[in-house]
Design a protein around this ligand. Structure first.
Ligand code: A3P
Length: 327
């Protein structure tokens, strides 16, 4: 994957040269493409994704707003989908054994990031050649998804989070991974960008709203999940999720503790303490530890003044309230 803006294709260069541009949060500028702010290399990937991706009816596409708990849900979906072989071999024990892939591999490497992969023909072929059911991941807004995703029977799992916690998590993440030469991103500067909609794959509220509205129209196609609900009732939501993706837990599995095992291996305490997630690096150098901070609901009160909280709440109410979406 290219990531660096100077390496993007001429086609993409021509497109972004006509787009509104703003300084980014962690690296590279953000460009407003199809109504949302993305880095150039991801616009190149989105173009490839839109042009070449052929959805299969049994594909499962995880879509998230950045910093909404992607790492967690990647792990949960992976463990849910890949529980059968072990379980069938040893039906009397639970499937999470000491050699589970999540113990040695970052969740980010277990689900291909489609707009990252579709920048390049070589990576694209890897997605095309994956065994089914394919479990894929994207941050793309609903309006930018390829037609074949919308028209096939593939399932979309969408995860988002309370805007204030999402913002605080993004701000910390940006400061962890920004090049030192960029200096620290102040809370005020980040807040101004976020509230103007200039955040990675933002505007945050529009990103969430598109999936919310579509999930109301097509509940069998899109499962709309909130981080807070997963935290509050993980087992109930995991059962619903497994059913939604067509891999419901059997009675035998439920009694055998499979749901609890999946939740235990994927929980913050476990994942964040694994060597691979503490000391690992993703391709292109990002440290896996950057994806783990506190993993709590409501941490934003520790960073935002009551005035800022009011501002956030009023934007959320104005943008999402009329559509029946509350955080
Ligand atoms: P905080 O910064 O609030 O702690 P993403 O995976 O989309 O980048 O989101 C990162 C956020 O999810 C961070 O939130 C991180 O701590 C939290 N997170 C990571 N793994 C988690 C897990 N297994 N369970 C719950 N939250 C998790």
């Amino acid at each position: 994957m290219i990531e660096k803006e100077e390496n993007i294709s001429q086609e993409c260069r021509d497109i972004i040269s006509g787009l509104p541009r703003e300084e980014g949060w962690f690296q590279n500028s953000l460009y407003q493409f199809q109504g949302f702010w993305h880095q150039a290399w991801l616009i190149q990937g989105a173009l490839g994704f839109q042009k070449h991706f052929k959805a299969c009816d049994d594909d499962i596409l995880l879509v998230t707003t950045p910093k909404s708990g992607t790492t967690w849900l990647k792990a949960i979906l992976y463990a849910t989908l890949n529980r059968y072989p072990t379980f069938h071999l040893f039906p009397t024990i639970t499937p999470i054994s000491h050699n589970h892939p999540l113990l040695t591999t970052s969740p980010h490497l277990l689900l291909p990031f489609v707009e990252g992969m579709y920048q390049d023909n070589i990576f694209r072929d890897q997605i095309d050649g994956m065994a089914s059911p394919r479990l894929l991941f994207t941050h793309m807004p609903y309006s930018s998804l390829p037609k074949s995703v919308k028209h096939s029977s593939c399932k979309i799992v969408f995860l988002c989070r309370n805007p204030k916690d999402n913002f605080v998590s993004l701000w910390h993440f940006a400061n962890k991974i920004r090049p030192k030469t960029w200096g620290t991103l102040s809370l005020e500067e980040a807040l101004d960008k976020f509230c103007r909609g200039v955040s990675p794959h933002g505007p945050f509220w529009n990103h969430v709203l598109e999936y919310w509205l579509e999930s109301l129209k097509r509940p069998d196609k899109i499962k709309f999940l909130k981080y807070e609900d997963m935290k509050d009732q993980p087992a109930t939501n995991l059962k619903i999720l497994a059913h939604f993706i067509g891999h419901s837990f059997s009675q035998e599995e439920e009694v055998g503790g499979v749901i609890d095992d999946i939740l235990s291996i994927c929980c913050f305490e476990n994942l964040s303490n694994l060597k691979v997630n503490k000391e690992g690096k993703l391709p292109f150098g990002m440290e896996t530890s950057a994806f783990f901070r506190k993993g709590q609901v409501g941490d934003s009160v520790n960073y935002l003044s009551s005035e800022i909280i009011e501002k956030f709440d009023s934007i959320t109410q104005e943008k999402l309230g009329p559509h029946g979406l509350k955080f």
